[in-house]
Design a protein around this ligand. Structure first.
Ligand SMILES: Nc1nc2c(c(=O)[nH]1)N=C([C@H](O)[C@H](O)COP(=O)(O)OP(=O)(O)OP(=O)(O)O)CN2
Ligand SMILES: [Zn+2]
Length: 124
């Protein structure tokens, strides 16, 4: 299998309950997001899918998150708070819906909220 990775970033604010107490205060992160897509078959140009297509889709998703107060977005709520886990899940599931190339699927999304902490959603 071939796997491609595209890295993007966004800045946003959030509040989390029931983690470390200081997370309940409004605060922000500069998230780094790694998106991986995989597949078996290369096209006639010798690529799985154009990096540009993946970047276009990921940028559209980043635009929904960048410089937002994540708790106020419709995609998050008390059952799905804006943790790095749920951010990675949101990006992965939406990106899969956007990719137009058959047999290319999102394999994993990693959301780094700092240099030393990240959450990865692995797609089935
Ligand atoms: N599994 C998760 N744990 C935590 C998440 C998360 O999304 N998934 N998020 C947070 C908060 O975003 C919080 O802002 C991070 O705070 P903290 O862990 O305290 O980060 P620090 O850099 O301040 O940590 P140090 O202890 O100074 O390294 C928390 N947990
Ligand atoms: Zn935080």
């Amino acid at each position: 299998m071939f796997e491609l990775k595209v890295i993007t970033r966004f800045a946003a604010a959030h509040q989390l309950k029931m983690v470390a107490r200081q997370c309940e205060n409004l605060h922000g992160h500069n998230w780094k997001v790694e998106v991986c897509v995989g597949g078996e078959t290369l096209n006639e140009a010798g690529v799985l899918v154009d990096f540009g297509e993946i970047k276009t889709h990921v940028r559209a998703l980043m635009a929904q998150l960048d410089h937002k107060f994540l708790n106020e977005l419709e995609i998050f709520d008390d059952q799905c708070p804006p943790s790095s886990e749920n951010i990675a899940h949101f990006i992965g599931t939406r990106l899969q819906e956007m990719i137009s190339v058959p047999d290319v699927r999102v394999t994993r999304v990693t959301a780094w909220e700092s240099d030393d902490a990240c959450a990865t959603y692995i797609m089935n």
